[in-house]
Design a protein around this ligand. Structure first.
Ligand code: ADP
Ligand code: MG
Length: 376
């Protein structure tokens, strides 16, 4: 994979696709992690005196202009962090924005409006992508969190750049780092290698367990609704607990493919509606023992309903156990990251992915369209 470090950049015009999709409420950014993660690439390009067209999306405006999802707050934050004025374009491909892109000076940044205000973005539209290039000589992909999406700024634009030879296509520093970390954990895990999977979305988690065990991981520890599915196929009485009925068959097939390697909770905490809401103390102890011996730990998904204090224990204790282990750890998932922030443990992990869905698809062994282009 070629990165910004491999090519000549001095004073070139760059199209930088960043992953600055942060939660914004009433003009205020609630969580800046994704912006901070993208700063090294921006600084690198500024050092090379590049003329930078910066583009990203916020939220799901679904092809319409939604003022509350405008890029203004992110622009202001970037300006604060980089200590420089930053121009904001009125749109992405309109003539006024084109003129601003043309007029960029070395070391200048022009931020385009939310890419998803245009239907062409999510439709991966080639005509939109061609206009979006805005005369850039280099396309830099630094939005790891969208590499699983076939969208114009992820697939059509870099593909057009490559095929037309109008611009070079390279990865930014964040994409390089995330892809390397996840690849190393998956393909060359130090043993024992343990994957911890919790959370609610069974259909996205089962493939991760399957792929990592097939890649040679030694054990999978499960919690959350994912664990309920395993307990259900084992015939346990789950009363009114959430079970993903549509994925019981794949759960059973997985259980049979890896006898003894998938570890399920021995005890659970229940809420008053007779639902399992967390793993119990014996399970915490058992999982902690396995985690303590691990050399590689991949973790996604809270082990219980951590949003409610009485059911946060399981997730917090497992997070602490992972930190205490002398293992390379890789952590990700939207809600998992929220849990870590709640416990104030976020900064202590080796690697926390900025992508939720994309990390799961990567670890499930699926091909990511946006990454494939960078590797071709
Ligand atoms: P991530 O975003 O980290 O990938 P998910 O989106 O799959 O994780 O799941 C997170 C959600 O799962 C949390 O909101 C949490 O409350 C919920 N959850 C965890 N355990 C249970 C459980 N036993 N029953 C119901 N919901 C659960
Ligand atoms: Mg989630």
């Amino acid at each position: 994979m070629q990165t910004v470090k491999d090519i000549f950049l001095d004073q070139k015009k760059i199209f930088l696709r960043a992953g600055f999709d942060v939660p914004i409420e009433a003009g205020e950014i609630l969580e800046k992690g994704r912006i901070l993660a993208g700063i090294p690439t921006l600084k690198y390009l500024l050092q090379k005196k590049c003329r930078i067209i910066l583009a990203f999306h916020i939220g799901r405006p679904e092809g319409k202009c939604v003022p509350a999802l405008g890029v203004g707050p992110v622009c202001a934050e970037l300006s604060r962090i980089l200590k420089m004025p930053i121009r904001q374009a009125p749109g992405c491909v309109d003539s006024a924005s084109q003129r601003l892109a043309q007029g960029l000076r070395p070391g200048g940044i022009l931020v385009l409006e939310n890419l998803r205000f245009y239907r062409g973005e999510e439709e991966n539209d080639l005509v939109f992508a061609q206009k979006l290039r805005l005369g850039a000589q280099v396309f830099v992909q630094d939005a790891f969190s969208v590499l699983h999406r076939a969208h114009a700024s992820v697939v059509a634009l870099p593909q057009f750049c490559q095929q037309s030879k109008k611009a070079e296509v390279v990865a930014g520093l964040l994409v390089e780092r995330e892809a390397n970390f996840l690849r190393a954990a998956q393909e060359r895990p130090a043993h024992p290698a343990v994957v911890v999977i919790g959370g609610a979305k069974t259909e996205t988690k089962i493939p991760v367990i399957k792929n990592l065990l097939r890649q040679g991981f030694d054990r999978a520890l499960v919690g959350g609704v994912v664990a309920n599915n395993f307990l259900a196929i084992l015939g346990r009485d789950l009363q009114d607990s959430l079970v993903d009925q549509d994925h019981l068959a794949v759960t059973k097939a997985l259980w049979q493919e890896f006898p003894g390697q998938i570890i399920v909770p021995q005890d659970s905490l229940w809420n008053i509606q007779k639902q399992i809401y967390d793993i119990g103390p014996q399970t915490i102890e058992h999982y902690t023992k396995i985690i303590r011996k691990a050399k590689t730990i991949v973790w996604n998904g809270p082990l219980g309903v951590f949003e409610q204090a009485p059911f946060a224990q399981g997730t917090q204790k497992i997070a602490e156990a992972i930190l205490a282990a002398r293992a390379r750890n890789v952590v990700g998932g939207g809600d998992t990251v929220m849990a870590l922030q709640k416990f104030k443990l976020y900064d202590q992990f080796d690697f926390v992915s900025t992508g939720g869905g994309v990390m799961l698809e990567f670890l499930a062994g699926k091909e990511l369209p946006g990454l494939k282009i960078l590797e071709s």
